[in-house]
Design a protein around this ligand. Structure first.
Ligand code: ATP
Ligand code: MG
Length: 508
């Protein structure tokens, strides 16, 4: 028998939407099987069915040819199925070790046997190159390490079917390389892997086969080696996708954002996260901050948007000193912000889509009626954005945002921020977790924003995006700007040298 897992004719409905419509997926033993589909296509839902989190209305699942019933994640675990979720599910104030053993703790006479568990965790982490600190608390460690904890959790349980739901969306390019190696090793050892990603390069690199979903339906399965990236993306969206951003030369005008000698200290850290940084962004240009994650990009944006206090320097918007202004005042003055962490800073997850779309302007005149919110107007406004940005969900503007697919949550934030038509749009990793069609659309919107004479400041970890979209690139290294470059005068290799700190210019 070739197949370790077969999901046959699976149908799963949510209010207002058929998330999985008669989907069949067969996983071979020892293969890496990619699952590709637009935002909201039903990938996470299908994997959650396999992991016992949702009960499908129709269809069945076989393991090694035998029909099985998976009522909850414990059943899945007993069958050797583990999952790393799109949004991790770790206990924030537990340690790494406690999280890994949670639910499968061994006791002797009622006493927790931590010593053996610790030994095994260390063994596993060495064997698979998954570096973790067993006693660190989850909320203090990087996203990359949190993910390694999730992977160790599966290995600790000796799972043989491993589901990775968009593991690379939250990782830096260096961490992605590492994960690709780890996945290949796991497959070599006989594990069978289901791998969700929007990045066709990653599929090309590690996957043996790829199944494509579109709007809840199964489109087909291909051998990755015989299929081009263009063919796969066409299967996914139903038409050809343009990978290159089309734009004319920038014609920068007046200065919109001026940052002078800005320093930011993250609480509890002795070293400055941002050190004496100065730069300008003008009308009609897209300036991109490039750098390896953790070199002060996040803190720089927090300082400009007011989300974190600055320790020195000033920020001017259209000539006005906004250094001491509140976050809301800065928004009203014309700053929009697509934040790095969509759950923490971007959305109120238990509000409706409509409410989330007006978070930044519900208090404005157009939405107010004698001190009450005019919901008719709010709904009209949000319906327009939903259509324009193709934000997909089960129940339209009434959908609770928590239930939406990851990519569609991101699209909602982008719709809200761009539609404020800000003087300065700050976009941090704007296309993280988006499918190729949505990425193309968002890039076009950033360029349109620029062409209408606005200033755009983008932060991205992806060099392709940096090179494609920006008019000017500032490279950050250890809290400082070490280069100010034009994309047409540099290349990915040179950028890499600046980002690694092995090259620096005198930047004023
Ligand atoms: N718990 C839920 N309640 C209601 N609707 C849901 C729920 N989970 C998913 N959906 C809906 O089902 C559809 C498929 O969502 P799913 O999360 O499976 O998409 P996805 O392919 O993983 O997308 P993405 O690439 O954006 O993560 C979406 O329209 C979503 O709004
Ligand atoms: Mg998903």
């Amino acid at each position: 028998m070739d197949y370790i897992i077969e999901m046959l004719n699976i149908t799963k409905e949510f209010p207002g939407i058929i998330a999985n419509d008669d989907i069949t997926l067969q996983l071979k033993r020892g293969e890496i099987h990619a699952l590709l589909g637009e935002n909201g296509a039903g990938k996470s839902t299908l994997m959650s069915v396999l992991f016992g989190m949702y009960k499908p209305e129709k269809g069945h699942i076989r393991k090694n040819g035998k029909e099985v019933e998976i009522k909850d994640p414990n059943d899945a675990n007993d069958l050797g199925i583990g999952m790393v979720h799109q949004h991790f599910k770790l206990v924030q104030n537990f340690t790494v070790l406690q999280n890994i053993i949670l639910g499968v703790e061994e006791t002797k006479n009622g006493v927790l046997q931590l010593k053996d568990a610790r030994k095994r965790v260390i063994e596993l982490s060495e064997r698979y190159g998954l570096m973790v600190e067993p006693d660190a608390v989850i909320e203090d460690i990087t996203v990359g390490m949190q993910q390694r904890v999730e992977i160790l959790k599966m290995l600790f349980r000796e799972n043989e079917v491993l589901i990775f739901d968009e593991p690379t969306a939250v990782l830096t390019p260096q961490e992605i390389d590492e994960l690709m190696k780890i996945m290949k090793n796991l497959a070599k050892e006989g594990k069978s892997i289901l791998f969700i990603t929007h990045k066709l390069n990653e599929i090309k690199e590690v996957a043996n086969r790829c199944s494509v979903l579109r709007k809840g339906k199964y489109i087909g399965t291909v051998d990755v080696a015989d299929t081009t990236k263009e063919q796969m993306s066409e299967m996914m969206v139903g038409h050809k996708v343009n990978f290159c951003v089309e734009k004319t030369e920038a014609k920068p005008k007046d200065v919109v954002l001026e940052v002078n000698n800005l320093s930011v200290n993250r609480k509890g850290q002795s070293k400055k996260s941002v050190h004496n940084v100065s730069f300008q962004v003008r009308q009609g240009e897209i300036v991109c901050i490039a750098g390896i994650d953790g070199n002060g990009q996040s803190e720089l944006v927090y300082g400009i948007t007011g989300l974190m206090p600055i320790s020195d320097g000033s920020v001017h918007l259209n000539g006005k000193d906004i250094t001491k202004e509140s976050v809301r005042k800065r928004n009203i003055d014309g700053i929009a912000h697509i934040p790095e962490d969509r759950h923490k800073d971007g959305l109120v997850l238990d509000y409706t889509l409509s409410e989330n779309l007006v978070l930044k302007n519900y208090f404005m005149k157009g939405f107010q009626n004698h001190g009450f919110i005019n919901f008719a107007k709010v709904n009209d406004y949000s319906n327009k954005l939903i259509e324009q940005y193709d934000v997909r969900s089960g129940q339209g503007n009434k959908t609770i945002v928590r239930s939406m697919s990851g990519g569609n949550q991101q699209k909602a934030i982008i719709a809200r921020e761009i539609s404020l038509n800000p003087e300065l749009l700050i976009a941090v990793q704007p296309t993280r977790g988006l499918d190729v069609g949505a990425i193309e659309y968002i890039h076009k919107q950033l360029v349109a924003q620029r062409d209408s004479g606005k200033a755009v400041l983008m932060v991205s970890l992806e060099l392709d995006e940096v090179m494609n979209v920006s008019d000017r690139i500032l490279v950050m290294y250890e809290g400082e700007i070490v280069a100010d470059l034009k994309p047409e005068e540099t290349n990915i290799k040179e950028l890499g040298l600046y980002m690694a700190g092995s090259k620096r210019d005198e930047v004023k």
